[in-house]
Ligand binder design. Structure first.
Ligand code: MLT
Length: 204
């Protein structure tokens, strides 16, 4: 285990004014998975890419689940706070701006990014969530005013019912976030259009 709490990759930005992308892989992925995606959607950004600390069989994840789509909420809370602490410690170690961290998460990684937004507001200034579902509903809701969120889900995703994405987008809006929910014709896998939408979102 790395001394910051997660095995990870950090790549500094060529432009010091560029934001840092927190890359969060899907179930069975690792810290290398989303590096090419980041280079495609925001080549100027710094990247911080941790590997999930939970193992399901041999597959890394960011938090435990009890079944497909049924989350261990106690573990989710603990892991979310661990990841928030990792982001802050990494900002101090590598010298990037902790106020300008944008998560880019896929599937399980998108779900922990959503949990970071809801449980540890202030850690992320924005997020790109590919194929996310509702991780947890905090009570009371946090303020996410000023936070920009792009969600992109698949109409034919066998893992995530469309209603889940609608409920999550609505939850973020009730917290005051600015949310764009985009629908893709396909399923769980990412498409070129997902990447184009993310690149546009990160440019503005
Ligand atoms: C999750 O467990 O976070 C979701 O079911 C998505 C996934 O399979 O990773």
């Amino acid at each position: 285990m790395n001394d910051l709490g997660f095995e990870h990759i950090f790549q500094a930005a060529a432009d010091p004014a560029a934001p840092t992308l927190l890359l969060l892989h899907g179930t069975g992925g690792n810290e290398h998975d989303l590096i090419p995606l980041a280079e495609r959607i925001a080549p100027e950004a710094a990247v911080l890419s941790p590997r999930g600390n939970v193992l399901e069989g041999h597959m890394p994840r960011f938090f435990r689940r009890l079944a497909e789509g049924v989350f261990d909420l106690e573990d989710l809370r603990v892991r979310t706070h661990e990841l928030a602490a990792f982001v802050k410690a990494s900002a101090a170690r590598y010298g990037f701006d902790a106020e300008r961290v944008i998560a880019v998460g896929f599937s399980n990684g998108a779900n922990i990014a959503a949990s970071l937004l809801l449980l540890t507001p202030g850690v992320l200034s924005g997020a790109v969530l590919f194929r996310a579902m509702v991780p947890i509903v905090p009570d009371p809701l946090p303020s996410l005013r000023g936070t920009r969120i792009l969600m992109s889900n698949g109409r034919a995703d066998p893992l995530i019912p469309a209603s889940q994405a609608e409920v999550l987008a609505d939850l973020f809006r009730r917290c005051g976030a600015h949310v764009a929910l985009e629908w893709q014709a396909g399923g769980h896998n990412l498409t070129k259009r997902d990447l184009d939408l993310a690149a546009d979102f990160l440019r503005t």
